[in-house]
Ligand binder design. Structure first.
Ligand SMILES: [Zn+2]
Ligand SMILES: [Zn+2]
Ligand SMILES: [Zn+2]
Length: 275
């Protein structure tokens, strides 16, 4: 399996849309890997995770073939992961010659918000965007395009069932875990004994240890340690940290060095990892 990180920032991007903090000023000056867009990833060039406002930019920057992508998994309804208004452009008159329906998978909050967006554009059945929604329940796997996707519980926004995803194909297994704080116990129980080839973790506030909602590097170290203890990770497991906020304070080069001290790889926009 191949995962490409299309965006690696927290909600406001880095530099933040309206921010002039020292880290955002420095990112603007240096450019390159210091420019981070809102979080999105693609598995094997054809299964999307999350749909942020920067999806259009990801299409342009990385040659993402959006018209032919038929599957989208959404982690939760926060604006940096889910921007349904853009999907309304899958209507006649806005898009021609698409490959077919886009199947979208996610929780009840994402489903409701999609419904709302659809209501706003409702004109006639032939004008509706070509999307289909499938609501998932935590810990219940679904089979899509030869992959098994299982949503697990994240510790993020108590107002909705935020998901992290386990993705399996042909003996390979990866965990895509943002946005999340240190995992809830139910998720730990589910994970016990399952070996992962790749673990991708939320590192929003970088140097800062957080209680819940998001993580920093100290929390990532705790998660990796527990994963190793319960048989989920070993020397073959690749760890990636991502979803960085400018409030964390480390530009890419420093983030990469700090992450490497624990054997982790700091993601950057466009980065590809194969397992
Ligand atoms: Zn986020
Ligand atoms: Zn800033
Ligand atoms: Zn969030």
């Amino acid at each position: 399996m191949k995962i490409q990180y299309l965006g690696t920032a927290a909600a406001e991007g880095w530099p933040g849309t309206f921010c002039r903090c020292p880290q955002c000023r420095e990112a603007r000056r240096l450019g390159g890997k210091n420019i981070r867009t809102r979080s999105q990833a693609v598995i094997d060039d054809r299964l999307l995770i999350d749909f942020p406002p920067d999806t259009y930019m990801h299409m342009l920057a990385y040659g993402l073939d959006l018209p032919s992508i038929g599957t989208l998994f959404v982690t939760h309804s926060h604006q940096d992961h889910w921007y349904p208004e853009e999907l309304m452009l899958r209507r006649n008159g806005f898009a021609a010659d698409m490959a077919g329906i886009l199947d979208i998978y996610g929780n009840d909050a994402v489903g409701k918000s999609l419904e709302q967006s659809l209501k706003e554009v409702e004109e006639s059945p032939s004008d509706m965007p070509r999307v289909a929604y499938h609501e998932l329940k935590e810990f219940c796997p679904c089979q899509v395009e030869g992959y098994v996707w299982t949503p697990l519980k994240a510790a993020h926004n108590p107002k909705e069932n935020c998901f992290i995803y386990m993705v399996e194909k042909e003996g390979k297994r990866l965990l895509y875990a943002n946005d999340s704080g240190y995992f809830p116990e139910e998720t730990w129980e589910f994970l016990s004994g399952l070996h992962f080839d790749l673990v991708s973790l939320d590192c929003t506030l970088q140097k800062i240890r957080l209680k819940t909602g998001h993580m920093g590097l100290p929390n990532n170290v705790d998660v990796a340690e527990r994963l190793r203890k319960i048989g989920c990770a070993d020397s073959r497991t690749k760890f990636v940290v991502t979803h960085f906020s400018h409030n964390g304070g480390w530009l890419h080069e420093e983030m990469a060095v700090r992450a490497a001290e624990y054997g982790f790889c700091a993601a950057y926009d466009g980065m590809t990892v194969e397992v």
